[in-house]
Design a protein around this ligand. Structure first.
Ligand SMILES: *[C@@H]1O[C@H](CO)[C@@H](O)[C@H](O)[C@H]1NC(C)=O
Ligand SMILES: *[C@@H]1O[C@H](CO)[C@@H](O)[C@H](O)[C@H]1NC(C)=O
Ligand SMILES: *[C@@H]1O[C@H](CO)[C@@H](O)[C@H](O)[C@H]1NC(C)=O
Ligand SMILES: *[C@@H]1O[C@H](CO)[C@@H](O)[C@H](O)[C@H]1NC(C)=O
Ligand SMILES: *[C@@H]1O[C@H](CO)[C@@H](O)[C@H](O)[C@H]1NC(C)=O
Ligand SMILES: *[C@@H]1O[C@H](CO)[C@@H](O)[C@H](O)[C@H]1NC(C)=O
Ligand SMILES: [Zn+2]
Length: 938
């Protein structure tokens, strides 16, 4: 699954709602009936994580605090196959619906294998209606004989329903349960929901698409078409998808004959070409990479106008947010094109890893998501013919995010016991995705890529069409590991012994190097924690490994281009013989940070100033990230990272600049609205001004479509955006001029802005933002109008962000209230979190977000209740604005009075506010003064 928001273009996270069974249909489609047969992995059922017979999420309010074990199904009855039929009644098609408008009817025949004598059959079911007429039609046939049953009066509890049988049934595999049900079509992006869009030129016939390839289509009544699909291979029920629409597709076929289609609204049809090309390339490559043919005859991918997450990997029918699948070169900057490639590569990776082999239970979710995160980088490199340089990008993307997330005390181990239903939702986080990917990358580096890939193939082959857990992967890697791969003890590496401390305890080490004498350096490890006083959850606070790890230590000494590796044992120091300056974790291969004595840091800073290119961009970026993070944690004097980055006067590479800009932004965010931050603005502006990187608007506008120049163009763009963001007025004027010339001068309110605006893609967002920021209410109203009429989601995102750039606090509050309207809001539910993020980072409102939260909590609960991940993001955005103890106390009081806020994890978010507040108390004055002095010499 992919990442939640288009506002976070750097990541791909999956469908955070994926515990819900995603079934989709599109409004304005002709009503059709879809008959689907598919089989379900039986073992999956035995573990009963989400054994739905229809569109249900096993975990939502109010059951989200129930123990997960109560959500699982008994193992006495298990399904061997399903035959599902759904009939949808959509509005707008002129038939008489008899009160069935905007509902659907379903029927499912489940072949059951009964393994113990039972008097009750339990099914997962959520918000489905079993009327007495429907129950009369339902049946259970055991060994050819009908058994009568009734629905337990308890109806639905923990998303389960119970059928009480008239008599006990003995073990048999000859049993068929047929159940009829009905329910409204939803509008909250879960279950079977409708998504709407405007401007379809004229209605045409619609099509139904599902996991299996089409079988036959026939008209059954004048208004209804029935489409049936061939049975799928055995698969997990959470991967079911049905999609009914008037969409159109572009198509291609892979070398091995897989039919590949990408669907979109008809007017976006030409924007699906990139996805077809990317998808085919990637699928062909994965067949080689996994050494297992793609198991289905076809692959469909669909761009949906409303979608909660970034994407969802339903087998053979992957669903996406439009901005994560469509690509229009006029509107998408390079980073957004890369995101499309990344999300496609991620979802296709799941077709094997996740779909062909499914997890046994959510505690090993990292295996699915971490693996897809790792492989998405390889797949994206293929898609871009290496131009996106994804292996390098990994350092400032997945690895970076993981190290940040896992330095909080409120983090969790990669593998952890799911005790509560809510923890399933919460486990779709950076630890699961990015740490999962980073730890797997470290294993790959340690045992060698070929051994790693051989082990993966072995794992997939051994468990295909079945379930597995993390230990199965480790066993498969171990089976294929040659004897010459040496572990910390000097004999053959024991992978599970190496892996367990990384996957089963939270956090990671900081390796600290000290010069022992002229010829030797000593390295020691301690867990790295951002806020020393913060406490872990009790259940994680005493791991058997005592927060120590066996660490593969990669290092590079001054004057040598090679990177060497030595094992550091969990319970011992490591001694390295060298009389030269040394850099640990060169190339950023390992999942740890490195520190040095101040003297050794000074040697490193000296080397970087002399000749930074003797170290790879990944090494340079790691030094920047590590030094700033250690300073933030109070483990290093801030003078070190600040002096280190002065070398960037000579830096032209994308990665170190990305790293530095991100770190400086982190500092500036902690200043909040304090005017001293201007000193830091000036520092980074001066540094960037003398950097040798290309940075002109012309160069970017002329070359942004050339993937071969991707890194140079993006470095340049990033520097320009940084200038604007740090308050450089020349930069802002350039952007405003573009808007005046290419938008106001050319487009009136009757135009769709994406079609009319002549601003080159890389500058659209900034041009709109600075124009709103510096413009009057007339400009704002124009932009708001263009936002509302816009149909391209990337452009819509540009316009929405621009609205959040206004300096007028009342205008900004109106936007937030508009977003919280339960009905008739100008903002789609999926976009609310991004809007809040933008407004919270605006100095005009950042100090009043907490009050908004407290005053408007009831409205928020209504609008966001069903979008758990969106709600979570809105809250963490608001909490991130807190800069004072008074504010934090107020938040804590609020949380204590509102259990729902606690359930959404506000208490964990408080840790990051605490980090900021502590930083302000201890570092703000010193950093300001130190940077002021540095500015004199720049
Ligand atoms: C069906 O529902 C839609 C949306 O609620 C409504 O606009 C339409 O008028 C309804 N049609 C009929 C025939 O009831
Ligand atoms: C039914 O379950 C039993 C016990 O798990 C198993 O041995 C048998 O193969 C299953 N039968 C079918 C048809 O799946
Ligand atoms: C189930 O159907 C009945 C009768 O049509 C209706 O009154 C009730 O609201 C429905 N319940 C749900 C949960 O849809
Ligand atoms: C690897 O280590 C684990 C845990 O320490 C141990 O149980 C297992 O026997 C070891 N495997 C081998 C092949 O030595
Ligand atoms: C430096 O320390 C190492 C490791 O303790 C030791 O083996 C070596 O003899 C020492 N060298 C000197 C010159 O003291
Ligand atoms: C940090 O380093 C600066 C400059 O070297 C020094 O003046 C200052 O005292 C140091 N701060 C601490 C807390 O050691
Ligand atoms: Zn995923």
């Amino acid at each position: 699954m992919g990442h939640p928001s288009p506002e976070e273009p750097q990541k791909t996270k999956c469908q955070v709602r994926s515990v819900a069974l995603p079934i989709f249909c599109t409004l304005l489609g002709i009503v059709i009936t879809a008959f689907i047969t598919w089989h379900v992995a039986r073992a999956h059922y035995n573990n009963s994580e989400d054994t739905d017979v229809s569109n249900q999420s096993p975990l939502t309010q109010p059951e989200d605090t129930v123990p997960a074990s109560d959500l699982r199904l008994p193992t006495s009855v298990s399904p061997t196959s399903y035959d599902l039929a759904i009939k949808t009644y959509l509005p707008g098609y002129g038939y008489v619906a008899d009160g069935k408008n905007v509902t659907f009817e379903g029927q499912v025949s489940i072949k059951l294998n009964i393994t113990k004598s039972v008097k009750k059959i339990t099914l997962n079911s959520k918000d489905l209606n079993y009327t007495s007429e429907l129950l009369k039609k339902s049946s259970l046939i055991v060994n050819g004989e009908p058994i009568s049953f009734e629905l337990d009066d308890k109806q639905e509890i923990y998303e389960k329903i119970f059928f009480n049988l008239a008599k006990s049934v003995e073990p048999t595999s000859d049993a068929i349960l047929k159940v009829f049900f009905t329910a409204p079509l939803r509008t909250d992006m879960s279950g079977l929901y409708q998504t709407t869009y405007t401007n379809i030129i004229h209605p045409r016939g619609t099509v139904a698409v599902s996991n299996g390839i089409e079988d036959k289509t026939e008209e059954i009544q004048t208004e209804f078409i029935s489409s049936s699909f061939k049975p799928t291979p055995k698969m997990s029920s959470y991967l079911l998808a049905i999609f009914i629409s008037e969409f159109e597709y572009n198509e291609a076929t892979t070398k091995s004959g897989v039919r590949f289609r990408v669907w979109s609204r008809p007017e976006e049809k030409s924007s699906t070409k990139y996805a077809v090309e990317a998808g085919v390339k990637c699928l062909e490559y994965y067949e080689e990479y996994y050494k297992i043919p793609f198991p289905l005859p076809k692959q469909d991918m669909v761009a949906l106008p409303d979608f909660s997450a970034g994407a969802m990997e339903n087998w053979g029918l992957i669903t996406y947010r439009e901005s994560a699948l469509l690509y229009d070169p006029r509107i998408y900057p390079g980073s957004q094109k890369r995101r499309v490639a990344v999300v496609i590569a991620h979802e296709l990776a799941h077709q094997w890893f996740g779909n062909l082999v499914t997890l046994k239970w959510w505690n090993d979710l990292w295996l699915n998501e971490g693996f897809a995160t790792l492989v998405e980088y390889i797949g994206t490199d293929k898609i871009s013919d290496g131009n996106f340089r994804m292996r390098e990008w990994f350092t400032v993307d997945a690895l970076w995010t993981a190290l940040a997330a896992d330095s909080a005390a409120s983090t969790h181990p990669m593998t952890f016991k799911i005790d509560k239903a809510m923890e399933v939702l919460d486990s779709f986080d950076s630890v699961t995705y990015d740490k999962g990917g980073s730890v797997l990358a470290m294993i790959r580096e340690t045992i060698g890529e070929e051994n790693f890939n051989t082990g993966i193939n072995h794992y997939l082959t051994r468990h295909q069409y079945g379930n597995a857990e993390a230990d199965d992967l480790i066993a498969a890697l171990a089976d294929k590991l040659p004897d010459n791969v040496i572990g910390p003890k000097g004999d053959k590496l024991n992978i599970s012994e190496f892996m367990d401390p990384w996957t089963k305890q939270l956090g990671y080490p900081l390796l600290k190097a000290t010069r022992h004498n002229n010829t030797h350096v000593i390295v020691e490890q301690n867990r790295f924690k951002l806020l020393q006083s913060a406490k872990e959850e009790e259940k994680y606070s005493n791991p058997v490994w005592g927060f120590k790890w066996d660490v593969p230590v990669w290092y590079q000494v001054a004057g040598s281009p090679t990177i060497e590796m030595k094992w550091m044992k969990r319970d011992e120091q490591l001694i390295i013989k060298t009389d030269r300056p040394i850099i640990l974790n060169a190339d950023s291969k390992g999942f740890y940070r490195s520190g040095y004595t101040d003297q050794m840091w000074k040697e490193i800073i000296h080397m970087m100033k002399e000749n930074h290119e003797q170290f790879s961009p990944q090494t340079r970026s790691r030094l920047i990230d590590d030094s700033f993070s250690e300073a933030r944690a109070g483990l290093l004097n801030y003078s070190i990272p600040l002096q280190l980055v002065t070398y960037l006067k000579n830096e032209k590479d994308y990665l170190p600049w990305t790293a530095t800009i991100a770190k400086i932004r982190e500092l500036i965010e902690m200043y909040g609205t304090d005017p001293e931050k201007d000193v830091v603005h000036k520092f980074i502006l001066n540094l960037a001004a003398s950097a040798p990187a290309k940075r002109d608007v012309e160069f970017i506008s002329n070359n942004y479509l050339d993937d071969k120049q991707f890194f140079e163009v993006n470095a340049a763009q990033q520097l320009i955006m940084n200038d604007c963001g740090m308050g450089d007025t020349v930069c802002a004027s350039k952007m405003i001029k573009m808007f005046n010339d290419e938008v106001l001068g050319k487009c009136d309110s009757s135009r769709i802005l994406s079609e009319c605006s002549q601003i080159p893609a890389p500058f659209r967002a900034a041009a709109y933002c600075y124009s709103v920021k510096n413009g009057d209410s007339e400009v704002f109203e124009k932009v708001f109008h263009w936002y509302k009429t816009e149909r391209n989601q990337v452009e819509k995102g540009n316009l929405m962000s621009a609205l959040g750039c206004s300096r007028d606090i009342i205008t900004l509050k109106k936007l937030m209230l508009d977003a919280m309207k339960p009905e008739g809001s100008s903002f789609r539910l999926q976009d609310c979190a991004s809007l809040f993020g933008k407004i919270a980072s605006n100095d005009a409102t950042s100090d009043s977000m907490l009050n908004f939260l407290i005053d408007r909590w009831d409205d928020m609960m209504i609008r966001l209740a069903d979008d758990h991940s969106g709600f979570h993001r809105v809250l963490s955005t608001i909490v991130s604005t807190l800069k004072t103890r008074g504010g934090l106390d107020q938040l804590r009081k609020f949380r204590k009075k509102n259990p729902k806020a606690a359930e959404l994890g506000i208490d964990k978010m408080e840790e990051s506010a605490e980090v900021t507040i502590t930083w302000r108390e201890t570092n703000l004055k010193f950093v300001t003064k130190f940077v002021e002095d540095l500015n004199k010499d720049l």
